[in-house]
Ligand binder design. Structure first.
Ligand SMILES: O=C(COP(=O)(O)O)[C@@H](O)[C@H](O)[C@H](O)COP(=O)(O)O
Length: 282
């Protein structure tokens, strides 16, 4: 049974990494996690069907969303060569601030499978006072998903009072590396985490993950598209496996050139400025 399950995990992971072991995954959990105001820069993209159609047409390797968005926009994925990652934990920014260091489970592996997911995802805030609860949540999701042959992605985000006290910021490479290592040791099949500020330090994060693919968590939209392309290029040069990107795509009026430029950088190692020029971004 185990061997069959592992083949299932490998096959489904390949739906994201099908070209060359790297992936550009479009993230759309912001309406829940940050709130609908994230879409105000380009309000049309509040409609999942519209933005998902655009990003799929532009050629992203995968999309990541919560179960409800997968229900609303799932039609756009039918017959398309794109991986679907359904995230099963989250939090809103409306809850009391003391609870911001916790993500709760909002859906189940079975539901994700019914929605046609190729992978499920859950967040662990490493260093949070609620770290234990999120570890348990991740372990339960992973155990169940792995039994059924589904890969599990960990959003491994260092966040907590001790991190601030000892390291000053959550992007310190030592804590990002620690979180990535912890995710790998928990059995994650893919890890999404923060940029550490340099290629050298991000390479250490990749090393600590010991072969589990590490993807960048995009971050806020940059004013200059080349700045974001350069960041993703550094991730690839550091041995990272790609990026999970939301705002740098959906907050642009026309996301297609940005997606195509990102695909050039991720899949062809193209120079960021050249990629931006080729897609008419500069
Ligand atoms: O992990 C998330 C939020 O992280 P955050 O609390 O903003 O650090 C997700 O909501 C996003 O999917 C992720 O940040 C990727 O989207 P962008 O950052 O590229 O918008």
């Amino acid at each position: 049974m185990e061997a069959y399950n592992n083949i299932g995990i490998k096959r489904r992971l390949r739906r994201f990494f099908r070209r060359n072991g790297r992936a550009l995954i479009f993230a759309m959990d912001h309406g829940f996690e940050h709130g609908p105001t994230d879409f105000e820069e380009n309000w049309e993209h509040i409609k999942p069907g519209i933005i998902i159609r655009k990003v799929v047409r532009a050629g992203v390797d995968g999309v990541m969303m919560l179960p409800g968005i997968a229900r609303i926009a799932g039609e756009e994925l039918i017959g398309k060569d794109v991986g679907l990652m359904v995230k099963l934990t989250s939090k809103t920014g409306l809850r009391p601030k003391e609870e911001w260091l916790m993500q709760d489970q909002l859906g189940f592996v079975e539901d994700a499978i019914k929605l046609g997911a190729d992978a499920v995802a859950a967040t662990v805030y490493w260093g949070s006072p609620y770290e234990g609860a999120m570890m348990r949540q991740f372990a339960e999701i992973a155990s169940y998903a792995h039994d059924l042959g589904y890969p599990v992605v960990q959003f491994a985000y260092p966040r907590g009072p001790y991190i601030n006290e000892k390291y000053g910021k959550k992007e310190d490479y030592r804590v990002v590396m620690y979180g990535a290592r912890a995710a790998a040791e928990m059995g994650a099949d893919m890890i999404k985490t923060y940029w550490t500020g340099s290629r050298e330090t991000f390479a250490k994060v990749v090393d600590a993950a010991s072969g589990v693919p590490v993807l960048l968590s995009g971050g806020a939209k940059t004013d200059n598209p080349v700045d974001f392309l350069k960041l993703v290029w550094e991730v690839i040069e550091a041995g990272g496996s790609g990026a999970v990107v939301g705002r740098n795509i959906f907050q642009r009026e026309n996301p297609e050139p940005m997606i195509k430029a990102l695909l050039r950088v991720i899949h062809r190692n193209e120079d960021p400025e050249e990629a931006a020029k080729a897609e008419g971004l500069i």
